[in-house]
Design a protein around this ligand. Sequence first.
Ligand code: ZN
Ligand code: FE
Length: 255
Amino acid sequence: MPAEIRLFRCLSDNYGVLMHDPDTGATAAIDAPEAAPIEAMLKETGWKLTDILVTHHHADHTDGIMTLKGKYKCRVVAPAAEAGKIPGVDETVKEGDRVKVGSLTGNVLETPGHTLGHIAYWFHGDKVAFVGDTMFSIGCGRVVEGTMDQMWDSLKKLRDLPDDTRIYVGHEYTLANIKFALTIEPNNAALKSRAAEAEKQIAGGHFTIPVTIGAEKKENPFIRADIAEVAAGIGMAGKPANEVFAEIRLRKNKF
Ligand code: ZN
Ligand code: FE
């Protein structure tokens, strides 16, 4: 049976996610920003937490781990490159590894840039990917530890997932990201209709994610840096894509 997924807010703008395997009862939290909302969702669903899949070491993704582990004795899976900075780690993973949540199988993708050891979890059977702070809807994470080139490569890796992959991102930043994206591509029709849709979603108290890779490819300027019109639109016609990406990221930092 397909995975069941619940999405909810944690902290000020983080997303919490639970993924449940109906066949075995296994339930994974993707990151643990804050224990209380995760426990509230476990209570609401009646699911028992068996795993925490950590994308990166930042506190707003790991602060809830020890409380949850203490209560549920769940397994904590984390990127090998950051295991020393993450509490309670039971199992470390790297590029190419597989992670089981009950009968569900995820592939580990290394996506450095935001942090050096950042990973994403791609459950291809369920067409979902949990991408942490590497990619946001219509945006991407800040390049805190890695290089611009690393981030560009990581985003391309996510962009290469099948178009119908639904991505779950670490934060609700969509409206602010759209506002910025429209300064890069003011005439992008898909982006404009997405803007209207996202405003409606937020006004209605709904989430703006998950989004599909296919939609992001049409609307997210950060993964469109190798499109000629995008480069031309910011005065960088003919420049290499990694430089165009870096310029877009720098503009966002100042936006
Ligand atoms: Zn982060
Ligand atoms: Fe974060």
